[in-house]
Design a binder for this molecule. Structure first.
Ligand code: URA
Length: 424
């Protein structure tokens, strides 16, 4: 067996065996299969796909590339949450402490930005001192003592995904249902939780551009979960526009804090409540309506924010020290009208270009930069009214490039649907 034959086989749309996938993935982990060979195989998979069995095999091999966390030392049911990725998606920063404030344990491993989408770990690193790496023992102790922890996937958990993920990020090989399903499910299974809620983003800012693909991905992840006796619930949510108003790491932390204090934008707040109700009702065996009331109560009485602070402090962070870029440019509309559409992926790529994300594997992020939207779909604005603020040092981004992300029309536009479907 050799890697070139495996690449050729997938290039010719043939089905790979378990042994062939194992040869490629484990060879890559060991450094025997080179970056350029893996990139080529990944591109062949993006173009020609993988069938269900190949995807299940890939997931299994990825899990076995590392260790599986033993969460049995955590008392109570442990729930986990994952997002397939979007622009402005800071949900985990709010949801994890909120759910934990009700006594539901959350042991969460998160990722960095991928393609035009942001990542929770990059956002948390904008908090001065926040440690995203804990040992297994520290992680488990924190979940037992504080109720939650969010850490970067450790080196030992699915190392294959860690390596493939950063390669996919910079080789145009992110958007593939089998690669996404195996990447997410390998990490979720290896991280040990028994109930996993997945926010499957759908729309022009998401990896899944349409509902049919999002349903396919959801069913595949639920099926993979069943093989490992995990309960997977998928919530298909709107990503036709950024979630909330802020895009960019430090700015997103600020918005997450506002939302934990009950002052967040309504779409972000509603999504957090939907996902949180499912997590809490599954863990505490109560109805989703009861769970939602409990969540609302803990936002109101400050327990949710206090839990966030407790988690940040436990991980060495100082939440009072989020430094945002001082150079802020106001971008104004060139005409009157309603915002009909936002090219969210392009906006995410603009954020990436101003260094809120990475264009190359080793790029250093600037945590203070980003975009703060003043208008979203369905909002009216006058000519010369502020559309958004750009927090950015460099001025290579043209105003036209930003304005071209927005479609503004004279006719009234409805606010978009937030939750499309829940698949259990
Ligand atoms: N999130 C992941 O963890 N992996 C993917 O491939 C896409 C989104």
């Amino acid at each position: 067996m050799n890697i070139i034959e495996i690449i050729e086989k997938k290039k010719n749309s043939k089905v790979l065996t378990y042994e062939e996938i194992e040869f490629a993935v484990m060879g890559f982990v060991k450094g025997e299969v080179k970056d350029y060979q893996m990139s080529s195989l990944l591109m062949a998979i993006v173009i020609n796909g993988m069938n269900e069995q190949e995807t299940i095999d890939l997931t299994d091999i990825m899990i076995k590339s590392g260790e599986v966390v033993d969460l049995s030392k955590i008392e109570g049911v442990v729930v986990d949450k994952h997002s397939t990725g979007g622009v402005g998606d800071k949900t985990s920063l709010i949801l994890i402490p909120l759910v934990a404030s009700l006594g539901v344990k959350v042991a969460k491993m998160s990722g960095r930005g991928l393609g035009h989408t942001g990542g929770t770990i990059d956002k948390l690193e904008s908090i001065e001192g926040f440690k995203v790496s804990l040992t297994d023992e520290e992680f488990i102790n924190q979940v037992n003592n504080v109720g939650c922890a969010i850490i970067s996937q450790t080196k030992n958990i699915v190392p294959a995904d860690k390596l493939m993920y950063s390669l996919r990020d910079v080789t145009g090989t992110v958007d593939s249902i089998p690669l996404i399903a195996s990447s997410i499910m390998s990490k979720k299974i290896a991280s040990g939780a028994s109930i996993i809620v997945i926010d499957v983003k759908v729309g022009n800012g998401a990896l899944m551009k349409n509902i049919d693909d999002a349903i396919k991905l959801s069913r595949l992840m639920i099926k993979i979960g069943k093989k490992y006796s995990r309960r997977v619930i998928c919530v298909l949510s709107n990503m036709e526009e950024p979630l909330g108003k802020n895009v960019g790491n430090g700015l997103e932390v600020v918005e997450a804090v506002d939302t934990l204090k009950g002052q967040g934008p309504s779409d972000l707040n509603n999504l957090v409540l939907t996902l949180g109700s499912i997590m809490v009702s599954s863990a505490l065996d109560i109805t989703e309506e009861e769970a939602k009331l409990k969540l609302l109560e803990n936002i109101k009485n400050g327990k949710a924010y206090n839990k966030f602070e407790e988690m940040v402090e436990a991980q060495g962070g100082n939440i009072n020290n989020i430094s945002l870029e001082k150079n802020v440019v106001s971008i104004k509309s060139s005409k009157d009208g309603f915002v009909k559409a936002i090219d969210t992926e392009s906006l995410g790529n603009i954020a990436r270009k101003i260094k809120a994300g990475r264009l190359n594997k080793d790029d250093i992020i600037d945590y203070g930069v980003g975009i703060k939207l003043n208008k979203k779909i369905g909002d009216y604005l006058f000519e010369n009214e502020e559309l958004l603020k750009l927090y950015c040092k460099n001025t290579d981004i043209s105003i036209n490039e930003i304005l071209s992300c927005f479609t503004i029309v004279p006719e009234k536009v409805m606010k978009p649907t937030l939750i499309y479907k829940i698949i259990k």
